[in-house]
Ligand binder design. Structure first.
Ligand SMILES: [Mn+2]
Length: 327
């Protein structure tokens, strides 16, 4: 059975009709999918600018121009896998802990069939329940965390669950494989040097935005691949990892970030790794201009879907042919 792909843009113009991600079918139109895209419109965990609750709708609207063939990865992700948009998880905007439970339960339900999940946030708080679900499915998880910030702080105003604390909680809860953790793109001022010491103690390696500039994408990809190996990998992308010139519409912007080209090239370098799930978070449309941030986020999400589809295709071909895919 061929997979149901996006709406045909030669018959229905791209700007017409409802905005699902990449104009893909809804999950209820296809029943089950190999890759599920879901939104989590939640921003009750932010410390500065709000607005990420409108992120999923904005990224979908900004994804109308995505086309079905990915030339850099040589894959038609919507052909090799059934990809579908599951809509938004309805989370409580007034109770963070209840919201986290809802996200975890939804992630488990959406992956019960074996589907891989790409989540569009929402603020970064949501990565914690997504990692809890991923741990239950795959065991301890390797993490590549693209962000201007460490997000391993302890508390804000006494609150444990915020968009600046998810990865400290994740380490404390034993969700992560502490041999295979890396931040990429960090920069900007910290509270004190202790922030870095704590972070190192949790097991994180750091590739700063300056490292990416000085070493270049190829060397960075090489370092990262050695660290991750074939462990089950989760990729979490805070859109503020991009310079504000490439992503103005976000909650806590910092100068001196990577370009969208650098981010996409690093992602393409992850081809073949055992990617089990991913998120793109912190898109805040009220601060966006001309869809700059939305377009960056939609392309980043498309590359993640392509990586998930390639992994799905490789595993499906091993399942049907024990000799494995042709080299
Ligand atoms: Mn973050």
């Amino acid at each position: 059975m061929p997979h149901l792909g996006p709406t045909d843009s030669s018959r229905t113009p791209r700007f017409a009709g409802p905005a699902s991600f990449a104009r893909l079918p809804r999950l209820d139109e296809v029943g089950t999918a190999d890759i599920v895209v879901a939104g989590v419109p939640f921003d009750a965990g932010v410390s500065y600018r709000p607005g990420a609750r409108f992120g999923p709708a904005h990224v979908r609207e900004s994804s109308r121009l995505l086309r079905p063939y990915h030339p850099a990865l040589d894959v038609s992700p919507f052909e090799v896998a059934q990809v579908a948009d599951a809509g938004d998880v309805a989370v409580n905007p007034f109770n963070i802990e209840e919201a986290l439970e809802t996200v975890e339960e939804s992630a488990l339900a959406l992956t019960a069939s074996g589907a891989r999940l790409l989540t569009i946030g929402g603020d970064h708080t949501i990565s914690l329940p997504l990692l809890r679900a991923a741990k239950q499915r795959h065991g301890e998880i390797a993490l590549l965390h693209f962000d201007a910030h460490l997000d391993t702080w302890d508390t804000y105003f006494g609150a444990d669950y915020t968009h600046g604390t998810p990865f400290r909680r994740a380490v404390e809860e034993g969700l992560l494989d502490t041999e295979a953790l890396c931040h990429l793109g960090t920069r900007g001022p910290l509270y004190s040097k202790k922030d870095l010491e704590d972070d190192r103690r949790f097991g994180f390696g750091i590739v700063t935005a300056a490292d990416i500039y000085h070493q270049g994408v190829v060397e960075v990809v090489d370092r990262v691949r050695q660290r991750i190996g074939d462990r089950p990998l989760y990729v979490s992308i805070d859109i503020d990892v991009l310079d504000p010139a490439h992503a103005p519409g976000t909650g806590t912007p910092e100068a001196g970030g990577m370009t969208s080209r650098e981010l996409l090239e690093i992602l393409r370098g992850l081809q073949g790794l055992n990617l089990v799930g991913a998120d793109v978070v912190e898109v805040s449309p009220p601060y966006d201009h001309a869809e700059i941030t939305g377009i960056a986020a939609s392309h980043v999400a498309y590359d993640l879907v392509a990586l998930l589809a390639l992994r799905h295709e490789a595993e499906a071909s091993i399942a049907t042919d024990p000799e494995g895919p042709p080299a």
